[in-house]
Design a binder for this molecule. Structure first.
Ligand code: 0PR
Length: 361
């Protein structure tokens, strides 16, 4: 094989990043282990307990329970599955803001539950009145997002938790991306702030672990029983994960990254990312673009399609929101120099665009 992995030089829209060197090293050392078979691979199984303990600390969960999943998608599917199992209604429904990640659509599809989508307000956060109007006695789960994929918004988590409790539904927080930056903000988003039952929080995003390392946290270990199937021929008796064979590399790298970076390293990374996002938002605003104020280190701006395409043609790995805005995620590998070079390219394009084309008028 001759191919080389891509460099991160121009990657501006990914929610993954270069793993921290200690995470890279740990991933390599644990490549051939399978936490799905703890009877055979006890060392990596013990590391998974460490990972959950640390994720619990980050999300302020008193008695941490959960497992290292393949990513936010699996964690979200499993959260919906737990809620469906706990719900006694004949036709359970799940209520989610329109800003929710598309993994919940997969969950609803696979699990056969009705997905009810509620609108967001002018600031891209879920409209609480719409949630109140949408829930009923058949609601199995209410979902809140703490760090939305498109605009980096944090839903009003305590209020959503109260609404869920009022109808006896479970409450899931998707902090797959936001979980490693929110501890350094004033947002209320975690198990101590609200009656959260389950949470997605991914080391392979802002946590700087190697892919695949997602996290599912549950308020009490008993919730995992809803997922467990028996495993007759393994030394362990049951398995709660969705996938069978799993990545020991993901587990080990998550532990290595968190041991290295929690909390001081993640805090300084958050500050760096936030400053970069503010700098970029400012630079775009000064050039006359309409910018969605960055709440977390993610910037969306109304840049014309032709400009967007020209930037992509120059190699910038950028993406667009559902409504078409340019979307840039200030992940750890995104430096100020990269952003300055991006803005430099944008300026050159705009100069060209404003030069009258020969023959025009
Ligand atoms: N929840 C939220 C809030 C997310 O943003 C994402 C993924 C998920 C759940 C699902 O997580 P997994 O992809 O780990 O299953 N958000 C990004 C997205 O779908 C993921 C991503 C990552 C996209 C890297 C591109 C990329 O290069 O857009």
């Amino acid at each position: 094989m001759q191919a080389e992995p891509q460099s991160f030089d121009r990657v501006l829209s990914s929610m993954c990043t270069e793993p921290h060197p200690v995470a890279r090293d740990a991933a390599e050392r644990f490549l051939a282990t399978n936490p799905g078979d703890p009877g055979t691979y006890p060392a990596v199984a013990a590391l998974e307990d460490d990972a959950i303990a640390m994720l619990g600390e980050i999300a302020d969960l008193d008695e941490p329970a959960g497992y290292v999943a393949s990513g936010g998608t699996e964690a979200n599917i499993q959260a919906v599955r737990i809620a469906r199992e706990r719900c006694e209604a004949d036709t359970p429904n799940v209520v989610m803001p329109e800003s929710g990640h598309f993994s919940f659509r997969k969950a609803a599809d696979v699990l056969g539950v009705e997905l009810r989508i509620v609108p967001t307000d002018d600031d891209y956060r879920v409209d609480l009145d719409a949630v109140r109007a949408c829930v009923d006695e058949e609601t199995a789960l209410v979902i809140g997002v703490a760090g939305t994929t498109e605009y980096g918004r944090v839903d009003p988590i305590p209020e959503l938790g109260s609404i869920a409790r009022e109808v006896d539904a479970m409450f899931h927080v998707d902090a797959a991306w936001g979980g490693f930056v929110l501890p350094f903000t004033d947002y209320e988003w975690n198990f101590a702030h609200a009656p959260v039952d389950t949470m997605a929080i991914d080391p392979h995003k802002m946590g700087q672990a190697a892919v695949p390392a997602g996290g599912l946290l549950v308020r009490s270990a008993g919730l995992l029983d809803e997922l467990a199937v028996s495993t007759p021929y393994l030394e362990s008796t049951s398995q709660a994960t969705l996938t069978g064979t799993r990545s020991g590399a993901g587990v080990a790298s998550a532990v290595a990254a968190m041991e290295e970076l929690w909390p001081a390293g993640y805090r300084s990374q958050y500050v760096r990312s936030r400053n970069n996002a503010e700098w970029l938002a400012d630079a775009l605003e000064k050039r006359g673009y309409e910018v969605v104020d960055p709440a977390l280190p993610l910037v969306a701006a109304d840049v014309p399609r032709s400009t967007f395409d020209a930037l992509r043609a120059r190699g910038w790995r950028i993406s667009r929101t559902g409504s078409g805005e340019l979307r840039i995620v200030c992940m750890p590998h995104v430096s100020r120099e990269m952003l300055a070079s991006f803005i430099g390219d944008l300026d050159r394009l705009e100069v060209r665009a404003s030069v009258p084309i020969a023959g025009d008028d």
